[in-house]
Ligand binder design. Sequence first.
Ligand code: MG
Ligand code: MG
Length: 628
Amino acid sequence: MKTSIATVSISGNLLEKLEAIAAAGFDGIEIFEQDFIAHDGNPREVGDLIRSMGLDITLFQPFRDFEGLPEPLRAKAFDRAERKFDLMQELGTDLVLVCSSCHPAALGGIDGAAADFAELGERAAKRGLRVGYEALAWGKHVNDHRDAWEIVRRADHKNVGLVLDSFHTLARKIDPETIRRIPGDKIFFVQLADAPLIEMDLLYWSRHFRNMPGEGDLAVADFMRAVMATGYAGPISLEIFNDQFRGGQPKTIAKDGHRSLVALMDDVRRTEPAAAQKAPEMPARACVDGVSFVEFATRGDEADTLEAMLKTLGFQHSGTHIAKKLALWTQGDIRVVVNRETTGYASSAYTMHGTTVCDIGLSVGNAGEAVDRAQHLGADPFKQPIGPGELDIPAIRGLSGSVLHFVDESSGLKNVWGVEFTQNAGDTVDAGLKRIDHLAQTMSYDEMLSWSLFYTTLFQMHKSPMVDVVDPDGLVRSQALETSDGAFRITLNGAETHRTMAGGFLAESFGASVQHIALASDDIFTTSAAMAEMGFKPLPMSDNYYADLAARFDLDPNKLARLKVGNILYDEDANGSFYQFYSRPYAGGMFFEIVQRRDGYAGYGAPNAPFRIAAQKRLMRPKGMPHK
Ligand code: MG
Ligand code: MG
């Protein structure tokens, strides 16, 4: 499998683009003509530069408004093509992409266009070049790959073939299965892009909202299965026009692109026999059974505050690490590690972010396979010196530099708590918290796609629709990723401005990721009462909130009174009901959430978020107040 990406997909100047593309592991590039023109260097130098970085030029693009023109425009189009052939030979690439004409004077007519391509093919053949024809979704006469294929078929020239682009086919809702009837050797090139489903003008949608396969809603895998069934053996290339990516980090975007292609081809390989040998073998997406532990890096007063809060949440200090300043706090199936080390990874995380979640342990079917798949997808393995008596637990770096450990039943890893920690005897009164319901990670809006791609390519998780959360000072986009049984849930919260609660947290913590941890109870009222006994101070909600609840839902007055006493928020969906209350924010805006889901409630209480955020902001004003 040869991977490629169009230079237009990445931000930066040509050199920055090339460096990012090479570092991400691509085999080649489609050179977008504008990127060449904007560069100061002759074509031969540019070609040599690209090859010196280990990249092939898989395609030169785009050549527009060629076919179906009347004279003298037709002759002029051929002249233009000859000049671009000169350029291609200097650059050192043999394939040009001709996209279907949008020229106002283009006449239409399959045979006329076929005759034009037959002649262009003849001219290209004299120079050892090839021509690929792509149907743009908004082409004047040709906007369907089936018509483009008919033109290529009638041109009947060995140097003329078809270019397929998943966006153009899928955006027009053309059945990708129709690709299966095209001979693979007549498909010269395949471009892939996904996109979110939005009703808008096709050209505008394509130029601004394309994204990586798996990041959008189009059936890119079905498209690619059909392509592979033809016997196609050429490059698989990304062509992404996206406003966010144009302003993003070249290295991150290139890495995401490569990750998306590798994951896509792995999916295709598993389900399309013709593709079985054509993509690298790797373990399937890991199945996550739950969060095994969450580790905080912290120090001094902030560590004391955190541990005091854990106590009021009903946690017990149940273990101490044999060699390091690590305390294990447990309740139900929940483990929280408080790390006060002044050397090593957690310490650097503290130095960078202040008190922060530096490590998440996930319980998976096979930890070694999870790391193997992650490495195929471009993640870095994480290693730290192992002290005496400590276990080597497989781990990788997450996106923000945080660490993800994988714990499974094999090789004693599950017993790490018994091996590395001495057990503290203590009272066993808890508050009825059973498990982690979800982890909420905060990032800038521009990074959300990278995060969701990271999780959905590595784990068996699906995305729920994005919801808007209204903060008094701006909008936060929230997207949940979940396993099908709900054993592992993450919410990604993308902040667009630093004035939002989420954005303020990002600014204060220099890009930390976990902002809140939601802990599940099976009886929220008992938990709330038990925590109150232990000195827990919930986030106070306004009377207005409860007056509105009474108006919105059919709640009996007794229940409403109990909600109000506990500062418990309430929501319902089509299945069931949801109860949640919050801790007060600490250490720059982190907090805990306590939840109970009843009867299969599937959401996260999004309708309550604006009121929760307003309440948090009341406490955090004047700025910096509850920072300690
Ligand atoms: Mg294209
Ligand atoms: Mg939450």
